[in-house]
Write a protein that binds this ligand. Structure first.
Ligand SMILES: NC(=O)c1ccc[n+]([C@@H]2O[C@H](COP(=O)([O-])OP(=O)(O)OC[C@H]3O[C@@H](n4cnc5c(N)ncnc54)[C@H](O)[C@@H]3O)[C@@H](O)[C@H]2O)c1
Length: 327
């Protein structure tokens, strides 16, 4: 790849400026880059400027890179004008495979030959999205989480025709602009983060459709329960701590049989000795030499601080006990 050094990138093209494209534009502005945006919707420019007005004070409080300013945003009526001078283009059109493939092909025609094209797609394979491109080797998935100006994770994966050098480049670029890029081992529908949240989301929809739980019950059950722990650790390390001092090994030996209970509509794979060992070894790697007791102390300190924050920002007040008619 002849693209600019990732840390020397000056100009980013952003195509599609809704929730995610607008959020990326704000993040890149905060990082001190020139940001050229294209979105065909007549109200898109106005909406983006309003988003910028509302969010810039928070971004300034978080800290701006040298030279960063809202004045470096340019909104274009034409896709080619927005992407023609960019070192990297972030594509954020709607999640429609046909439309997205066409938009990526149009970016490919208009962008500099050495520019990298990153798609924010929530789950389509780059192998499919890059099919209509003349230079498919520079097309990579760069999947963010909303809002991209705050959530660090970006999932990065190429398609069958992507040059691994383009994936390397994008990893280094995202790291240079303060993100936490995660290079995925393989192209998987829904990637990793989305696939996990989608499994829970589909179960939530099943529960509402079947009258098993209300929307309020579902949100309360996650926001004041497991969701708090997930702010620090992923689901594997969280369950490592559920196993006491023996960690994941005891957790699986203790709760392994429950995997056969109808606790979700998604069936678990057989808990073979290989899978058990893989989970235990993976958790030990994640723990990086820390004992379960060390991790528990860290979790507890974290939760104590997080609970104060949750109290300050809570959207749903705790349910009050029913007044007792007898008193
Ligand atoms: N919303 C999320 O939480 C989220 C998170 C991660 C990734 N994504 C992905 O980001 C992408 C954008 O999603 P969103 O939530 O911002 O949607 P959105 O509806 O808010 O924005 C999409 C934008 O694309 C514009 N658009 C329509 N046709 C276009 C075209 N031909 N060329 C360029 N722009 C066009 C629309 O005018 C709109 O402003 C999708 O691929 C989505 O899967 C969304």
């Amino acid at each position: 790849m002849a693209a600019a050094e990732p840390s020397q990138v000056r100009r980013v093209g952003v195509v599609g400026a809704g929730v995610i494209g607008g959020g990326w534009a704000l993040h890149y502005l905060r990082m001190g880059l020139d940001v050229d945006v294209y979105d065909p919707a007549p109200h898109a420019g106005r909406d983006l400027l309003r988003m910028l007005d509302e969010t810039w004070p928070l971004l300034s409080r978080l800290g701006l890179r040298a030279g960063a300013g809202p004045g470096r945003l340019r909104i274009h009526d034409d896709l080619a004008a927005a992407v023609g001078g960019a070192d990297i283009v972030q594509e954020n059109s709607p999640e429609d495979s046909q439309l997205k493939s066409e938009v990526i092909a149009a970016i490919d025609r208009a962008a500099r030959p050495d520019a990298v094209i990153a798609s924010s797609t929530s789950g389509f394979a780059m192998t499919m999205l890059q099919a209509g491109c003349t230079r498919p080797e520079r097309c990579v998935v760069g999947h963010p989480f909303n809002p991209p100006y705050l959530i660090p994770l970006v999932e990065v994966v190429g398609g069958e025709r992507t040059d691994p050098a383009a994936v390397d480049w994008l990893m280094r670029f995202y790291a240079a602009v303060g993100k936490r890029p995660l290079r995925l081992s393989r192209e998987l529908p829904g990637f990793v983060g989305n696939r996990l949240q989608e499994a829970m989301w589909r179960e939530a929809l099943h529960m509402v459709a079947a009258g098993e739980a209300t929307v309020g019950e579902i949100d309360e059950a996650i926001a004041y329960g497991p969701g708090l722990r997930w702010a620090l650790m992923g689901p594997c390390l969280t369950f490592h701590l559920a196993g006491g001092s023996a960690g994941m090994a005891h957790m699986l030996d203790h709760f392994g049989a429950a995997l056969l209970e109808p606790w979700t509509r998604l069936e678990a794979p057989p808990l073979t000795p290989q899978l058990r060992d893989q989970m235990v070894a993976g958790c030990l790697l994640q723990a990086d030499g820390r004992s379960v007791a060390d991790l528990e102390r860290r979790r507890d300190e974290f939760l104590a601080e997080l609970l104060a924050l949750v109290e300050r920002f809570s959207i749903t007040p705790a349910a009050q006990p029913e007044p007792d008619a007898a008193y």
